[in-house]
Design a protein around this ligand. Structure first.
Ligand code: ZN
Length: 165
């Protein structure tokens, strides 16, 4: 594992909206997001999982941070409203394809919902690795999330992100 800078200063964390992703990696991220959207439209869970891995791997690579783990589940046993989570201990992102969140009237919702969740959880990983803050939805997190969304999908309309763990 490469050396990781930790910003102990709270002000740096809160005020910094800077998310650095190398342009070459960003190109890959955008490429796999496009593939992910196609897989989504085909409701191909295997490909969704594969391209999600690629998106996350290229994000981390571009940001020069260690990889996070990723798991995609169809259903969550006891739903509490969340459909994505990041566990700091294992550095693992989990997303559930919960019917109520992903589907509406039997139809899958727009892939934006899924992609927003994926990026949201990755920003938790980013905040954890760089700032030791993995789960807060504070100003620093929100700003970084918006910056990352702008970077990876600036051609798409911005959507409001629901608060989630
Ligand atoms: Zn969250």
């Amino acid at each position: 594992m490469s050396a990781i800078i930790r910003y102990a200063d709270e002000r740096v964390y809160t005020k910094s909206s800077y998310v650095f992703i190398e342009p070459i990696s960003l190109k890959e991220v955008r490429f796999y997001i496009k593939k992910l959207k196609q897989a989504w439209d085909q409701q191909d869970k295997k490909k969704i999982e594969e391209y999600s891995w690629q998106v996350l791997a290229w994000l981390s690579h571009g940001a020069r941070i260690p990889d996070c783990d990723f798991k995609l589940y169809k259903k969550k046993g006891n739903t509490d409203g969340d459909y994505g989570q990041y566990v700091v201990r294992t550095r693992e992102i989990t997303i559930w394809l919960e019917p109520s969140h992903i589907k509406r009237d039997g139809e899958w919702k727009h892939s934006d919902v899924y992609i927003n969740t994926l990026i949201h959880e990755w920003v938790h990983h980013y905040c954890w690795v760089l700032f030791n803050k993995g789960l807060d939805h504070d100003l620093g997190f929100q700003t970084r999330l918006q910056t990352t969304l702008r970077l990876v999908r600036k051609e798409l309309p911005k959507r409001k992100n629901k608060k989630r763990a």
